[in-house]
Ligand binder design. Structure first.
Ligand code: ZN
Ligand code: ZN
Ligand code: ZN
Length: 107
């Protein structure tokens, strides 16, 4: 296995020791549309997140149904990224840890 250079001790990024989920997360475009689950049940949402693992677009903890949190715990996909325009951060629901800003993809 090739050795990777350790990441620089950047400003702004908060990754708690013990959270391995946010390591290696890079920026990617948010999928289109609203919260899939809310659209299916006729619900409403406040802000949108998307699952880093499977790209499902779901609603935040400030929304009545908290679909992003539910999905993270039920599917075992702990990392969700903000789908709000102009925001660049990822959240680990398991470790309650934020990565901000999300580093750009290298390729
Ligand atoms: Zn984590
Ligand atoms: Zn929702
Ligand atoms: Zn997922």
């Amino acid at each position: 296995m090739p050795r990777r250079r350790p990441p620089p001790p950047d400003e702004g990024r908060t990754v708690r020791a013990g959270c391995g989920h946010l390591a290696g997360v890079t920026a990617r475009p948010a999928p289109d549309g609203g919260c899939e689950e809310c659209l299916a049940i006729g619900g409403s949402w406040l802000h949108l997140r998307f699952c880093y693992e499977c790209d499902r677009k779901l609603c935040c903890d400030g929304s009545p149904n908290r679909h992003a949190r539910r999905h993270a715990l039920e599917a075992g996909h702990p990392v969700a990224c903000s789908a709000e325009r102009g925001e660049s951060w990822a959240w680990c629901y398991q470790d309650e840890t934020i990565l901000e800003p999300i580093p750009p993809s290298l390729n």
